[in-house]
Design a protein around this ligand. Sequence first.
Ligand code: SF4
Ligand code: SF4
Length: 619
Amino acid sequence: MPDKSRDPAALVLLKKAEREGIEVAWDRYRLQQPQCGFGLLGVCCRNCNMGPCRVDPFGEGPQKGVCGADGDTMVARNLLRAIAAGAAAHSDHGRDVAETLLGAATGKAPDYRIRDEAKLRRLAAEFGIKPDGETPAGLAREVAEQALDEFGTRKGFLHLINRAPAKRRALWDKLGITPRGIDREVVEAMHRTHMGVDNDPASLILHGLRVGLSDGWGGSILATELSDILFGTPVPVRGRANLGVLKEDAVNIVVHGHEPILSEMIVQAAQDPELVQYARSLGASGINLAGMCCTGNEILMRHGVPAAGNFLQQELAIVTGAVEAMVVDVQCIMPSLPQVASCYHTKIISTSPKARFPGALHIPFSEEHALATAARIVKEAVDNFPNRKEDRLLIPHEATDYVAGFSTEAILAALGGTLNPLLDIIKAGTIKGIVALVGCNNPRVPQDVGHVTIARKLIAEDVLVVETGCAAIASAKAGLLLPEAAELAGKGLAGVCRALGIPPVLHMGSCVDISRILTVAAAIANALGVDISDLPVAGVAPEWMSEKAVSIGAYVVASGVFTVLGTVPPVLGSRAVTDILTRAAQNLVGACFAVEEDPVKAADLILAHIASQRARLGI
Ligand code: SF4
Ligand code: SF4
């Protein structure tokens, strides 16, 4: 079992699942072994109906598909399609938030309001909108319309790339990868990878970088900024993480997925005195809300709502037998959930028109009737409380305190309103560098081991770690998001953490909030008058699995950040593609990928990179 997870709560529930004959992701992963070698190498194609085709990586069988595409073309096309899918997912999330902002501004989404007017005004100025004399609603309408224009913009480029250093933007222009419109880049990716269009691996990968940039500096950054305007910009907040946050005596509702539009309303509805009273009338002590995956991150960042766990814990939450309802919207929701739930009393409630789950109860969520729908969902959960089977109940004890909510604004506030103190301590070597540790869980590697091992090793070497997504939840569970974790840090970083009262690992939000990390990196580079690729920074995704992570990797590297992947991407079937990603990209965009499955060696690679960046900067 320890080869499955480092988390004691997960191990307890994996044993329970085994006893009760419940199949979970780790079991299905085992049943998939050996996984298809062609797929693992990326050398298969089913982009037209002359196929499917595959090339023999040993050079003995066919080397070309029916149309003549070789392994390099197949690998590059598959990679570009993965980037496009990931960028589409993040960006469609951003579009939904923009539409909700528009609804809030025009009265069509009456349950939402503007919570960060200062940020609204700052974003309006970035879009070139004059705020004079405008009401918040009027300004929000113009900002939302401008944001929606970014998806199909014909103006030539995305507005928020202007946050990137001038040198970086000039490089993107020179390479022809400045993103023009979010939807346009995704559509062009699908066009280029259609049979008989772009066959050149370098050309396909360059467009992949452009698609990724349209996500990082387009869809994701809009999702973050507009969510802050609607729901409030996060500030440091305390909470608890892991499956021990579920309560034996309360109605437990787990919200899972990605978009805060739904979860924010569920947070409100779960506090409704009438619904709380109804839960009490059925013998519960109250209503206990917990988050999972990035929905969890959104509401823990803004409200301190407990996080029940990260990606590989979604089925295990149901295995506790204590969850009355798991409410889902989009992304990272395992199709297995209704099957697992059918073995307990849990209701899976789907809400998005984009994501239906056979076997789930579907309650369509719309911004027009947001709070009323959320109340209906919460009532469904309360109704289900009497159906709980006490003899199937097992809630692990594990729940760890965390401090989250380190938005860019919160980091600036901790620094006294300016980046200068941070620049000074980086120049002095008190903090050697900053590393973004991000991404998912993946049953290919023991849950959370990569995340926690790398974070601990980096902070011990005086590297500040910033995190999002399921990586951040792993650190929350491991106690690394507490100011007290400074004792695990090197002397320099520990001193900074104690002086500022911050943890050595900063939780910056959900996966779309990697845009916050881009904004900070760009601000540091601008303040120093250098490019992002000159900074002592790196990215690492030790347990990634999602196509969104592929898009993130594309925009992070294209923005100039060396990035280490802990699970091998399906590109090794092409020497040309592997070479572009791990070597040639360095000359093109000043950064490249490395792949290292051993987390200790991955941390060593990052530390060596930071040391060489510092030497190049002469600090
Ligand atoms: S596009 Fe070419 S390689 Fe792909 S399935 Fe069709 S014929 Fe085969
Ligand atoms: S980190 Fe990965 S698994 Fe977790 S919510 Fe984000 S994309 Fe999904």
